[in-house]
Design a protein around this ligand. Structure first.
Ligand SMILES: Nc1nc2c(ncn2[C@@H]2O[C@H](COP(=O)(O)OP(=O)(O)OP(=O)(O)O)[C@@H](O)[C@H]2O)c(=O)[nH]1
Ligand SMILES: [Zn+2]
Length: 353
């Protein structure tokens, strides 16, 4: 299982489950109520993909549901079909807010070491979107890396790279082309362990996955199809072992990337956080306070207004989700209490507070 990211630490963690007759498996794709996972056959030791029932580990909170990259404890002899009986604690998780007005979170990938944020050089880089992806990546606990794709289509890749680097403090920005192979080896070396590729539809995520895997493992769509019908070929996430070691998870193109709270925004805007430390007042809001280093940087142009606006916008979004999650948790607790009280009354037992 080492080729799929199994480590001695996981082996130790799993020991009691192994004693209970369960097998470790890595989830490579999730469907409704079922998943595909890779495990070492207990008889032959060979790796194989098995179809598993995941309903036993289902949860009202989508965040606790199995997702690609999760390590599962599997009961091969469960009836009517082999089943996941537990998930191992995640080392990292990429969580976005689900699309729309709801405040639920959705896990895109688990146990990821590197988040490859793919953006195409063929169009003007959308810096705000890259900043948003960076916040999402930092929040996950994994290390972000920006991959600028389709280098073969432009002459000024270096200029664009410099622009992107300016909005990605502390993050490596690589220029690659799946067409010519430029930068692919460097990328491979920069992403050991488990990597996930995220980005908008059509930026070349599946093509990149194929280039890294050295084989056509993902269906690649014609760019034209995206424009005319807004169609996505990547419908299910997949986890693919790479020939030189490491594992890659390809995700479908992300239209909406709502943030799901946390410190990710501050990490993505470390330059602004650093400036804020120079403000005269510790709790400076960077509005009207004297001696504000952030406003000084805006005034002399070292901090672009666009970046400041982007920072404030993402921060506001996080605050909204934080308030909503608190409200949701409180409501869930209340409902649970009501249900318990009701069932105890029905049973004629005492109800004490
Ligand atoms: N010239 C050139 N074209 C590329 C490169 N990488 C991808 N493309 C083209 O870009 C289009 C989209 O590529 P995909 O790999 O399907 O994009 P994707 O990000 O996986 O798209 P979704 O599956 O919708 O998320 C295809 O027509 C690819 O052939 C590249 O390095 N150079
Ligand atoms: Zn200030």
């Amino acid at each position: 299982m080492a080729g799929y990211g199994w480590t001695p630490e996981l082996d130790q963690l799993f020991a009691p489950l192994a004693e209970a007759g369960l097998l470790p498996a890595r989830i490579v794709r999730v469907d409704r109520g079922q998943c595909d996972a890779v495990l070492a056959d207990p008889e032959t030791g060979e790796l194989r993909t098995v179809r598993l029932d995941t309903r036993r580990v289902g949860d009202a909170d989508m965040i606790n549901c199995p997702c690609t990259g999760d390590w599962a404890a599997v009961d091969l002899h469960a009836q009517p079909m082999a089943a996941v009986t537990a998930l191992l604690p995640r080392s990292t998780a990429i969580i976005r807010k689900v699309a729309g007005k709801r405040s639920d979170g959705q896990v895109l990938a688990a146990n990821v070491d590197t988040v490859l944020i793919a953006a195409s050089l063929a169009a003007d880089p959308d810096l705000g979107r890259i900043e948003r992806f960076l916040a999402l990546a930092w929040e996950s606990g994994a290390e972000p890396l920006v991959v600028l794709t389709k280098a073969d289509l432009v002459d000024d890749a270096e200029f664009i790279r410099a622009d992107v680097e300016a909005v990605a403090p502390g993050v490596t920005v690589l220029v690659v082309s799946a067409e010519t192979g430029e930068g692919i080896d460097v990328l491979r070396a920069c992403a050991p362990g488990t990597a996930v590729v995220i980005g908008q539809s059509g930026v070349g995520k599946s093509t990149l996955t194929n280039a890294l895997a050295g084989a056509d493992v993902m269906a690649v769509q014609q760019a034209r199809e995206v424009d005319q019908k807004g169609r996505h070929t990547t419908t299910t996430r997949e986890l693919i072992p790479l020939p030189g070691g490491g594992v890659l998870i390809d995700t479908p193109g992300l239209r909406e990337v709502g943030l799901y709270g946390g410190e990710g925004v501050d990490l993505a805007f470390a330059d602004i956080a650093e400036l804020a430390e120079e403000c005269r007042f510790h709790d400076c809001n960077h509005h009207t306070e004297p001696g504000c280093a952030v406003r000084a940087a805006l005034a002399d142009g070292t901090l672009p207004q666009r970046r400041m606006d982007s920072y404030l916008k993402l921060q506001r979004e996080n605050e909204w989700i934080a308030s909503r999650s608190d409200a949701r948790v409180a409501k869930a607790r209340l409902n649970k209490w009501k249900a318990i009280t009701k069932s105890m009354r029905a049973a004629g037992g005492p109800v004490k507070r």
